[in-house]
Design a binder for this molecule. Structure first.
Ligand code: XMP
Length: 326
């Protein structure tokens, strides 16, 4: 019988057998998969596990806190937080090309994670000098996709933890390898993770960095975070979270248009709402969000975020449009 409880019991046993008393590291991204994988391994080996959270400053409002506070409270996991916000902004300064942004974010991420992993290994003392383990939230569909050799075209470079140097090699622990997404969520709930983490919609590794069209700056991130938080809040309030696959909010930072707000003329920026429905993100359709909900989101964003004076809706399916704008 498939129950989340059985999966937990089985995987806890497996992980214990695999890692023995060695040290284990897990990178947390804020996403469901890494959180559930980490919680499972924590359940299995406790403080032999150290989680590393690289705060690149490209997450949405409240998400860093969700990892640093809520996840730790729910699991009791040992967490090492690296504040790399400034480092990422410096690396991204002046960059507007989407692929270049992705490569820079991926590169900085690996560098930072690698440095943190070295520290964790060094602090490890007598535990597992020879064998070290890295937890990955690989799901069954990822296994099939990468092993199947079917070769889904690499349309955009995706960033995941990979590409670590030879002298910092890990054996992988992948406790979610047999699971589908909905099963991962059930396991997360079984492990007592907060709803906000378990039900988080897909969010790209490069984060808000690829939802600002134009250069990424601290000010622009603030604007996008504020607009995104309002859109998320209203979609949740309308009960649409489970119907909508995800809803990127995109800031057209280099576009300006004339508006009138409060007492006068403004020359602000548009944001684009990109709500989509999908089964697997390979194809998608734009979500028919009720007009009233769109109206509320638009009114609130333009009232509450002074830099934004227009809200547009993306009505493109995938293909031809990808879900993200970059
Ligand atoms: P696109 O834009 O290609 O996105 O239609 C398909 C799905 O993948 C997500 N996405 C990413 N996820 N790292 C990730 O982990 C990435 O670099 C990345 N880029 C896009 C996107 O949010 C959508 O769910």
């Amino acid at each position: 019988d498939w129950t989340a409880g059985n999966v937990v019991a089985e995987q806890v046993e497996r992980v214990r057998q695999q890692v023995g008393d060695a040290r284990v590291i897990c990178g947390l991204s804020g996403g469901v998969d890494s959180a559930v994988a980490a919680a499972l391994v924590q359940r299995a080996v406790g403080d032999q596990l150290t989680c590393v959270f690289v705060d690149h400053g490209l997450l949405r409002a409240g998400e860093a806190e969700q990892v640093e506070t809520d996840f730790v409270a729910a699991t009791g996991v040992q967490l090492k937080v690296v504040d790399a916000r400034e480092q990422f902004l410096v690396a991204l300064a002046g960059v507007t090309d989407p692929e270049t942004k992705r490569k820079i974010i991926g590169r900085e991420f690996i560098r930072t994670f690698e440095a943190a992993a070295r520290e964790v290994v060094a602090e490890g003392g007598d535990h597992g000098e020879e064998v070290r383990f890295l937890v990955q939230g690989t799901l069954y569909p990822d296994v099939v996709e990468s092993g199947g050799g079917e070769g889904a075209a690499n349309i955009k470079s995706h960033h995941n933890v990979g590409g670590l140097p030879d002298d910092l090699q890990f054996e992988l622990v992948e406790p979610l390898r047999t699971l589908f997404k909905d099963e991962v969520r059930a396991v997360g709930l079984e492990l007592g993770l907060p709803d906000a983490i378990v039900w988080r919609q897909p969010f790209p590794g490069p984060g808000l960095g690829i939802r600002i069209i134009g250069e990424v700056t601290a000010e622009r991130l603030e604007v996008l975070r504020a607009a995104d938080a309002i859109a998320r809040e209203e979609l949740t309030r309308a009960g649409l979270d489970r119907q909508i696959w995800q809803c990127p909010v995109v800031l057209l930072a280099d576009v300006r248009s004339v508006g009138v707000q409060g007492d006068g003329r403004t020359y602000g920026h548009p944001v684009v709402l990109r709500p989509v429905s999908s089964e697997d993100a390979m194809t998608a359709d734009w979500s028919r969000v009720p007009y009233e909900v769109l109206a509320t989101i638009s009114t609130r964003i333009t009232n509450e975020v002074p830099e934004v004076n227009r809200v547009a809706l993306d009505v493109t399916s995938k293909p031809p449009g990808t879900i993200e704008w970059e």
